[in-house]
Write a protein that binds this ligand. Structure first.
Ligand code: SF4
Ligand code: SF4
Length: 339
């Protein structure tokens, strides 16, 4: 049964420390001097051991997807030609996520638990040990369009905790966590969700064939430097490459590893016979954006983009997903009028 409380700082820290004794807790943390420049900080997902370490109000440039999908993961080891599966495991782990990032999990689940009718065992083992705690947004961040994407609200979390002027407010939705909160005053507590995007976005209802040859993509070819940051920051990008990496001290015993990749980077779409059908950076952009807003939905019934706006923030060329969607809308409208 749901329980809602107000706790003073000490009560909240005691509850948190008891939870952290039983679970690994991953949450946004401000890391001094790790930002883009030496005198700037980085807010990023890290393991935390106290509530005071959590950065509740800033946005993370990178999502928490590496908890479920490590940047580099060993799948098999080979011992003189004999393959042996490496059984990965993850201790029970709590991750503090905003509503859009909780929705992003549905996309990852579709990719790794449903796609092709088979579960990805590496992902599945981690996913069953992951629990979401909700982070409230202090208001929409400038680049957000989660309301437009229908991902600004959620009920899919175990516990919600909000820092207040004096202490914390907590909503415990999952009975397993009630025992960690034996103290505190009963109070009405409910998370506040974003109601409006700074700039709303509408997805195209129909993609016109004229879109593919439109000159706008040439402009993106000139601007995009194919760095792949838009993919690595995205909570729903899942592409990886598979490589056999020799052991440093024994070249006959390599490991097979999957490593994050990106549809924007060189050679991602290179096929056997040296055929690469998406060479121009603008063509790669078109593929990425359409996959995010229309193509994935044709298979799984939900758009891949959750409107978190991270790709806009991290792009060194200031290329905006939101503006790209607007461009697609304009091209499609123009095409429909001509047609
Ligand atoms: S806004 Fe960008 S980073 Fe966020 S889900 Fe959409 S494509 Fe990914
Ligand atoms: S982050 Fe920007 S420059 Fe880098 S690949 Fe993505 S769109 Fe291109």
């Amino acid at each position: 049964m749901m329980k809602t409380l107000r706790l003073d700082n000490e009560q909240a820290e005691n509850a948190f420390r008891a939870i952290a004794d039983d679970y690994t807790v991953v949450a946004p943390k401000r890391c001094a001097g790790r930002g883009r420049f030496s005198d700037t900080d980085l807010t990023t997902y890290e393991t935390v051991e106290s509530l005071g370490e959590i950065e509740f109000s800033a946005k993370t440039y990178f999502s928490a997807k590496s908890v479920l999908l490590p940047i580099r993961e060993v799948m098999f080891s080979f011992n003189r030609g004999e393959a042996e599966e490496v059984r990965t495991s993850m201790p029970p782990t709590i991750v503090f996520l905003r509503a859009c990032d909780i929705h992003a999990l549905a996309v990852l689940d579709a990719m790794f638990l449903e796609h092709g009718g088979r579960e990805d065992c590496y992902y599945a083992r981690r996913r069953e040990n992951m629990i979401c705690f909700l982070l409230e947004c202090p208001g929409p961040f400038d680049e957000c369009f989660c309301v437009s994407m229908g991902t600004s609200r959620t009920k899919d979390y175990a516990v919600f905790i909000r820092p207040e002027a004096e202490g914390y407010a907590a909503e415990i939705m999952d009975d397993r966590f009630e025992r960690y909160f034996p103290f505190g005053d009963r109070a009405h507590v409910a998370p506040r969700f974003s109601e409006e995007d700074p700039i709303p976005v509408a997805l195209p209802r129909h993609v016109e064939a004229s879109l593919f040859a439109d000159a706008s993509w040439k402009e993106y070819s000139q601007r995009c430097i194919a760095c792949g940051r838009c993919n690595t920051s995205c909570p729903t990008c899942t592409c990886f490459t598979v490589q056999d990496i020799p052991a440093a001290d024994d070249r006959d015993s390599p490991t097979r590893q999957r490593i994050w990749s990106s549809c924007q980077v060189k050679d991602f779409s290179l096929l056997a016979g040296n055929h690469d059908f998406r060479l121009a950076h603008g063509d790669k952009m078109r593929y990425r954006v359409l996959h995010k807003i229309t193509d994935f939905a044709k298979t799984f019934g939900l758009p891949m983009c959750v409107g978190c706006g991270r790709c806009d923030i991290v792009c060194p060329e200031y290329i905006s997903m939101r503006k790209c969607i607007e461009t697609i809308n304009t091209i499609c409208r123009r095409g429909a009028e001509v047609g």
